[in-house]
Write a protein that binds this ligand. Structure first.
Ligand code: SAM
Length: 240
C-alpha cells in the first residue's frame, strides 16, 4: 500500500515540511472564521497537523487509510486531545460531525478515479456540521504536468531521489521515491515507494462539490502571485 514503506521516515525525509507551507492558509482561515472546538483531518498521515492544532487547544481527530502512518501519528505526544482512526476517506463513518474537516497534501490526488473523489466529498459532507467547512488542497493538472522527471537532494543525514512521471492523456502520475535511510537497528537501508496521483479539472471538482451539497466554494491558489488557472496547487474552502 502507498506510504507503508515511507511511513517511519515520512517526517524525517521532509514530507512533514509541507505543513509549514500549508500553515499560513490554516492560520488565515482560523483568524477569519474562529478556532473550532474540534477538527477532523481526513488522510491525516503521521499527524503533522495534529501537533499544531492541539497546541491551540483544538480537539483533533485524524483518519487515514494506512495503518503504518496512523501508528507513527499515535506515537507522538500532543498538548491536548488527539484521536486517530483507520479509515478510507471514500467510505468511513465516524457517526459524528465536525465544524471543520480538512484533507491536505495531495490526499485527494491519491484517489485515482472520479467516482472515488465524489465518494470522498460525500463522506466529508456527511462529517461536516451544518454551516461548517471542508478544506482541502489539490495538485492541479498544471502542477502535475510540471513534475520534474528526476530530482535528488539531501535532507539532514538522508539522501533522496524522486522520479515523477505524468501522462497528460489519462492525467495519471506516478511519483517514485528512493532513499537511503537508517533503520531502527542503525543500519543504512535502501527504501523505495511509488505513489500514484491523478489530476482533476477545477470544473469537475466544483461540480462534484456542488452536487454533494456544499453551498459556497472558495478556490485559492496556494501561492499569492498565481491565478487559479495557472496555479500548481489550489486550496478549496467549502461551506456546508
Ligand atoms: C501526502 S500524505 C498527506 C498526509 C498529511 N495530510 C500531511 O499533510 O502530512 C497522503 C495521505 O493520504 C492517505 N490516503 C491516501 N488515500 C486515502 C484514502 N482513500 N483514505 C484515507 N487516507 C488516504 C495516505 O495514506 C497518506 O497518509
Amino acid at each position: 500500500m502507498p506510504y507503508t514503506i515511507l511511513a517511519p521516515y515520512y517526517d524525517l525525509l521532509g514530507w512533514a515540511d509541507f505543513t509549514d507551507f500549508l500553515w499560513p492558509h490554516i492560520e488565515s482561515f482560523l483568524s477569519t472564521f474562529g478556532e473550532p472546538e474540534k477538527l477532523l483531518d481526513i488522510a491525516c498521515g503521521t499527524g503533522v497537523l495534529a501537533e499544531r492544532l492541539t497546541a491551540l487547544g483544538i480537539d483533533y481527530h485524524g483518519i487515514d487509510i494506512n495503518a503504518d502512518m496512523i501508528a507513527v501519528a499515535r506515537r507522538k505526544k500532543y498538548s491536548s486531545a488527539a484521536t486517530f482512526s483507520l479509515g478510507d476517506m471514500r467510505s468511513f463513518d465516524l457517526g459524528a460531525e465536525y465544524p471543520v474537516c480538512g484533507c491536505f497534501y495531495d490526499s485527494i490526488n491519491h484517489i485515482t478515479d472520479e467516482t472515488g473523489v465524489e465518494a470522498a466529498f460525500r463522506q466529508a459532507y456527511r462529517h461536516t456540521s451544518s454551516g461548517g467547512f471542508y478544506l482541502f488542497d489539490v495538485n492541479t493538472i498544471h502542477g502535475l504536468s510540471d513534475w520534474k522527471p528526476f530530482h535528488s537532494f539531501r535532507k539532514g543525514k538522508f539522501y533522496i531521489k524522486q522520479y515523477g512521471e505524468y501522462d497528460r492523456k489519462s492525467r495519471l502520475g506516478l511519483y517514485r521515491v528512493e532513499a537511503f535511510v537508517k533503520n531502527t537497528a542503525g543500519r543504512v537501508i535502501y527504501i523505495e515507494q511509488t505513489l500514484p496521483e491523478r489530476g482533476y479539472t477545477v470544473t469537475f471538482l466544483k461540480r462534484s462539490l456542488a452536487a454533494t451539497g456544499f453551498r459556497r466554494i472558495l478556490i485559492k491558489p496556494f501561492r499569492r502571485f498565481e491565478t487559479v488557472a495557472e496555479a500548481e496547487r489550489l486550496l478549496f474552502i467549502c461551506r456546508k
